[in-house]
Design a protein around this ligand. Structure first.
Ligand SMILES: [Fe+2]
Length: 466
C-alpha cells in the first residue's frame, strides 16, 4: 500500500500486461453524441522504439545545436491575436537569443520585425505595448509600425545609410486559429503547410469564435524545455504523479496519434469517467462520479442531480453534470457537444513549443521556451475559456515566483492543483537525468511515442533533412 495515497499497491495488475483493456474508440462509440470526425480516426504508425540519448537534455552542446539549427527555422507559437487587436498593439517574443516584435498594422494585418536596431543593435522593444512608432531607446532611430525608417538622428553623419534602405528586418508571421506564429527563416514554407493535416483536423474547433484567453501563468523551470514538454504529452504518468486522477481518467486507455508524414504535430485523446487499469481495486460507477464532482463539479456534489440516474454510467453522468455547470459558470450551451469535447482531454502538440487542448474540461494552451542555459526553461500556461456572445477581454499574465502555486492563480483551481503536481517533478527530472550514467532513457512503445516522434523531427532539423 502506498503511504501517500493509501490505495495504490506496488504490483502491476496482470491484465495491464496485455495492452489497453478498453480503447478510446470503444468508449467514444458508447457516447450519445458522436465526437468530431477526426477523433474517430486512429493511426497505426508508431515511431521506432529506441533509447533516447540523455545528452539531448543535459548537454550544453546539444542546446547550442538546437539554437543554431532548429529555433531559427521552425514556426513557433508566439502570441494570441486578440491580445493585440488594435493598430499599434505590439508584443515581444524572445526565444533562445532571438527576438521578434509583432505589431498590428493599420489595415488589421500583422507584421513581425527582428527586435534589434539596425544602427548599433540595441533591442528595440522590451515589453508588450501600444505604440505609434518603434523608436530605439539608445540613439532614437525611429521606424513606423510598418517597419519603414522614419528618422535617422544626425542623418548628415550617416552618409552610408539611406532612410529608404533601412527598414526593420521582417520576420515571417502567420496566424492559425487565432494563434500567432513566427518563423525567423525568410525561406520557410507557409505555416499552413507546416501544420499539414492538423488544419483540417481542427475544422470544428474554431478558437477565434469560441475562446478567450482568461489568464496566463508563466513559470521559470529548472529543467530543459524538452523535459518540461515531455511531462505533458503522455498520460502514463497519471498513476504516479496524479494518483487521485487515476480514478477519473483512464490514463491506460488514452489514444495516441502520430502520423509518419506529419513531423510537426501529434495528439492524444484521454477519456474521462472511467478509472485507470492500473488500479488494483476499481471504484464503482457512483464512487467515480462522486470523486469527479468533489474535485471538479462541487456545485453538483452531494445533490440529487449528482447521483447516477437509472442505467447511467459515471461517464454519462459526468457529461450531463458538466454541461449544466458550464451553462451556469460560463453561460455556454454545451448540450449539443459530445463528451469527447465536454469532459475528455484532447491534446495536440505543435512542434516545437506549443500544446493546445480543444476540449472544454482542459482549456489549456502551453508555450515552452528554452532558458539561457540547457537546464532552464520558461513554461507559460494559458486558459482559453469558452464564451458565447461578445468576446471578453484577454486576462492577466502572472509571472510566478519560486513557491507560487498554479492552484492560487485566478481561474486555475483544480486544474492548477494537478499542474502543481507536475511542477514538483520538473527539477528532479533534470537532476536525475544529469545524475544518470547510462547515457540513455527509455520510452514506452505506445504511450510515450509522441516523445520519440518530436525527437525524430528535431533530429531532422539538426541534420538538415527538413
Ligand atoms: Fe501531469
Amino acid at each position: 500500500m502506498d503511504a501517500k495515497t493509501g490505495w495504490l499497491a506496488p504490483a502491476v495488475p496482470e491484465h495491464h500486461l496485455d495492452g489497453p483493456p478498453t480503447t478510446v474508440q470503444d468508449i467514444l462509440r458508447g457516447d450519445a453524441i458522436p465526437p468530431a470526425a477526426t477523433l474517430r480516426e486512429t493511426t497505426d504508425y508508431v515511431p521506432p522504439v529506441k533509447p533516447l540519448s540523455l545528452s539531448r537534455y543535459v548537454s550544453p552542446a546539444f542546446h547550442q545545436l538546437e539554437i543554431e539549427h532548429m529555433w531559427g527555422r521552425v514556426w513557433q507559437f508566439a502570441a494570441w491575436t486578440f491580445d493585440i487587436p488594435n493598430p499599434g498593439d505590439s508584443t515581444v517574443y524572445d526565444i533562445a537569443g532571438r527576438s521578434a516584435v509583432i505589431v498590428r498594422q493599420a489595415d488589421g494585418s500583422l507584421k513581425a520585425f527582428e527586435n534589434s536596431c539596425p544602427h548599433r543593435g540595441r533591442k528595440l522593444c522590451t515589453e508588450d505595448a501600444h505604440i505609434k512608432q518603434i523608436r530605439c531607446p539608445y540613439h532614437a532611430f525611429t521606424w513606423g509600425i510598418d517597419g519603414t525608417c522614419r528618422w535617422i538622428p544626425a542623418a548628415w553623419d550617416f552618409p552610408q545609410l539611406d532612410r529608404e534602405d533601412l527598414p526593420l528586418r521582417e520576420v515571417q508571421v502567420d496566424v492559425w486559429n487565432g494563434f500567432i506564429f513566427v518563423n525567423f527563416d525568410p525561406d520557410a514554407k507557409p505555416l499552413a503547410q507546416y501544420l499539414g493535416k492538423m488544419v483540417d483536423q481542427w475544422q470544428e474547433w474554431d478558437f477565434t469564435k469560441t475562446r478567450f484567453r482568461a489568464v496566463t501563468a508563466g513559470k521559470a523551470c529548472n529543467a530543459n524545455w524538452k523535459a518540461v514538454l515531455d511531462a505533458f504529452i503522455e498520460t502514463l504518468h497519471v498513476t504516479g504523479t496524479h494518483p487521485e486522477a487515476a480514478y477519473l481518467t483512464s490514463d491506460t486507455s488514452t489514444q495516441y496519434d502520430v502520423w509518419p508524414d506529419e513531423p510537426h504535430f501529434s495528439r492524444f485523446h484521454s477519456p474521462v469517467g472511467l478509472p485507470s487499469a492500473n488500479l488494483l481495486s476499481e471504484p464503482d460507477e457512483q464512487e467515480t462520479l462522486d470523486m469527479f464532482t468533489s474535485m471538479y463539479l462541487p456545485e453538483a456534489h452531494g445533490t440529487p442531480e449528482g447521483e447516477l440516474q437509472d442505467g447511467e454510467t459515471a461517464r454519462a453522468a459526468i457529461g450531463r453534470l458538466s454541461r449544466e455547470v458550464y451553462k451556469d459558470r460560463m453561460g455556454v450551451d454545451a448540450t449539443r457537444l459530445p463528451n469527447s469535447e465536454v469532459i475528455d482531454g484532447t491534446e495536440y502538440m505543435v512542434f516545437p513549443n506549443m500544446i493546445v487542448w480543444p476540449s472544454f474540461s482542459n482549456p489549456l494552451v502551453y508555450r515552452f521556451r528554452p532558458g539561457k542555459t540547457h537546464d532552464t526553461s520558461y513554461w507559460e500556461i494559458s486558459l482559453f475559456i469558452p464564451f458565447e456572445g461578445e468576446r471578453p477581454p484577454s486576462g492577466e499574465v502572472y509571472h510566478l515566483q519560486d513557491g507560487d502555486k498554479l492552484a492560487d492563480v485566478p481561474y486555475f483551481g483544480g486544474l492548477g492543483a494537478i499542474l502543481d503536481q507536475d511542477v514538483e517533478n520538473l527539477q528532479y527530472i533534470q537532476e536525475g537525468m544529469t545524475a544518470n550514467s547510462s547515457g540513455v532513457v527509455h520510452t514506452a512503445r505506445y504511450q510515450e511515442q509522441r516523445i520519440r516522434h518530436y525527437h525524430q523531427t528535431l533530429d531532422r532539423y539538426l541534420d538538415g533533412t527538413i
